[in-house]
Design a binder for this molecule. Structure first.
Ligand SMILES: Cc1cc2nc3c(=O)[nH]c(=O)nc-3n(C[C@H](O)[C@H](O)[C@H](O)COP(=O)(O)OP(=O)(O)OC[C@H]3O[C@@H](n4cnc5c(N)ncnc54)[C@H](O)[C@@H]3O)c2cc1C
Length: 549
């Protein structure tokens, strides 16, 4: 419990969330000597990897990259069995980290933060949990995740459905056996594409309800080659540093040297074939320099994948429906799969186009689209998340000046560097909107933010400062720059969760920073080198404050 008779429990820092970001924040802040408390809605650590237990859930960044870098002993001793980690493997790894660094004693599990209020006199945040307990701290760190608020579409009638339904982001721990059942999967984003081939193997019949066809590439997953693992480990620290010199925070892929339009047709096909055979999304997008900025160049890659789909899927009508044609490849999250397109050659799988014939209701016995009813025993909603802003807006965050995040972000998120916001002193975000977060290897992104936050707190403590806040002008300029950078790319052309398009009524604002990890990290470092440019400090003596400001 966080409340005692003598009032709220007091900490130096409160951390909301115990995914990879929150866990590293506990570790880093504790090393500074801070008394920390993390609150986690789940019953265990792991965040994404705790909740998303659907069949086929797997990382699409290679396991040697998708792991913590902060401890060389950890990265040397851990063995990843496969090229891409499965959800159970990644969860096992995160649990190992929590044990190895003894992080659990500072976490209150099964506890959701409902409210966070800033007291400007005391320069502290007070949080209230769903159990009614209260805790207070100088600093509040929101490590609440970008993809942690599952979104189920509100079709009428679900409460009358006689079968079972699931959301991929809230999967039952005991697993689900679809053997002999008629199953409907709604949604063909990453979670749908990963789970469909496996559910198809169990189900009596699988109906896939597709609104938008998405591009997917073969993962080419395989056991991790021991020689490759040894070589990687031998140069781990250098590879981690090199990752910051790449657009997506992932090292080991030679950067492209020319435009797709500078290559002849035969050369291009050969290049794309090689990338297709290699597997992985980064290497494919690295085929040419301009795939994400030039529509004509992008079309050469998009059409290559469409041709692969047509060559794989035997029924021409199904193949055509699976061909994405409303967005350039890479402008929505590029999916990696194992046998996704092949699955549509099975007799027990039917693709249903709900763009032309939308779902109208869930019936007691299934699901009705505009033209017919599909009898189902189980429905799987692979419909994604209220991405990037959902978890923050679920908490009633406000200051005693009466400003709330929900109001501030009513027309879309506004942040400075994706780390702080004007009007909300001492409130930090880990991989907040307008940082590269979801457009990068996210463990690296979490580590970079937590390191920045920890260094900032250490700086403040060294100077006796009690308060830090992003300046309005710095925030405005960063939001504008974020938008300008996005507008120079093809990203805004897609109706993706990057612009909130999967949530009806959500303001259409491009949320991640897509100027690349290198440029972003440089900016964050420069801000610090210039005495926390764009931030103002409070507390301390006049001299300390004016030196810091
Ligand atoms: C299916 C899936 C596949 C992914 N694959 C990749 C990949 O291949 N590569 C990659 O880089 N990234 C991937 N991601 C992104 C992934 O989210 C990040 O890599 C990383 O796990 C994020 O860690 P986090 O700590 O920031 O957030 P999360 O892991 O989302 O953790 C946030 C935690 O905060 C908790 N929380 C939220 N609100 C509250 C509250 N109010 N009170 C208490 N607790 C709260 C949540 O319960 C959650 O446990 C994937 C995401 C999903 C959903």
């Amino acid at each position: 419990m966080s409340t005692s008779d003598s009032g709220p429990a007091r900490f130096d820092a409160i951390i909301v969330g115990a995914g990879v970001g929150g866990l590293y924040a506990i570790y880093r802040l504790r090393k500074l000597g801070l008394k920390v408390r993390a609150f986690e809605a789940a019953g265990g650590v792991g965040g994404t990897w705790y909740w998303n237990r659907y069949p086929g859930c797997r990382c699409d960044v290679e396991s040697m990259e998708y792991s913590y870098s902060f401890s060389d002993e950890l990265q040397q001793e851990w063995h990843w069995p496969e090229r891409y980690g499965t959800q159970p493997e990644i969860l096992r790894y995160i649990n190992h980290v929590a044990d190895r660094f003894d992080l659990r004693p500072d976490i209150e599990f099964n506890t959701r933060i409902k409210k966070a209020v800033f007291d400007s006199n005391a320069s502290t945040w007070t949080v209230t949990t769903d159990k009614g307990s209260v805790a207070t701290a100088r600093f509040c760190i929101m490590a609440t995740g970008n993809l942690s608020t599952p979104r189920r579409p509100d079709y009428p009638g679900l409460e009358r459905f006689r079968g079972k339904w699931y959301h991929t982001g809230l999967w039952p721990h005991e697993g689900v056996d679809f053997t002999g059942l008629r199953v409907g999967v709604v949604g063909t984003g990453s979670s749908g594409v990963q789970s469909i081939p496996i559910i198809a193997k169990q189900a009596k019949h699988l109906y896939v309800f597709q609104r938008t066809a998405n591009f997917s590439l073969p993962a080419r997953n395989a056991p991790l080659d021991p020689a490759k693992e040894r070589a990687h480990k031998a140069e781990y620290p250098a590879r981690r540093r090199a990752a910051f010199d790449t657009p997506f925070g992932i090292a080991g892929h030679p950067p492209p040297v020319k435009s797709a339009l500078e290559a002849g047709e035969a050369e291009r096909q050969q290049a794309y074939e090689a990338k297709w055979a290699e597997g992985g999304s980064i290497s494919f997008l690295y085929s040419y320099t301009d795939l994400l900025i030039n529509k004509e160049s992008n079309e050469t890659a998009s059409e290559f994948v469409r041709r692969k789909i047509r060559a794989t899927v035997k029924d021409p009508k199904t193949a055509e429906l699976l061909c994405p044609n409303d967005h350039p490849i890479g402008t929505k999250r590029l999916i990696l799969d194992t046998d996704y397109y092949e699955t549509y050659n099975r007799d027990n799988v039917t693709l249903v186009d709900i763009r032309s014939k939308p779902i109208e209701e869930i019936t007691p016995d299934g699901l009705r689209t505009a033209d017919r009813e599909y009898p189902l025993d189980a429905i799987v909603f692979a419909t994604g998340f209220d991405a990037m802003t959902g978890a923050m807006k679920e908490v009633d965050i406000h200051t005693d000046a009466g400003i709330s995040i929900r109001e501030k972000w009513q027309h879309g998120p506004r942040t400075y560097l994706g780390i702080m916001m004007a009007g909300f002193p001492n409130l930090f975000m880990v991989t907040g909107p307008q940082s590269p977060g979801v457009k990068s290897q996210m463990i690296l992104a979490c580590e970079q933010h937590v390191d920045w936050i920890a260094d900032c707190i250490q700086y403040m403590r060294g100077r006796g400062l009690s308060c830090i806040e992003a300046e309005q002008a710095a925030e405005d300029a960063w939001v504008q720059y974020n938008n300008e950078v996005a507008d120079r790319t093809l990203y805004p052309l897609a109706n993706s969760w990057y612009v909130g398009a999967n949530i009806p009524g959500k303001p259409r604002v491009f949320m991640p920073f897509v100027g690349g990890v290198t440029a972003y990290k440089k900016k964050c470092d420069e801000v610090v080198a210039n005495g926390y440019e764009g931030f103002s400090f409070g507390g301390g003596s006049d001299e300390q404050r004016s030196a810091a400001n």
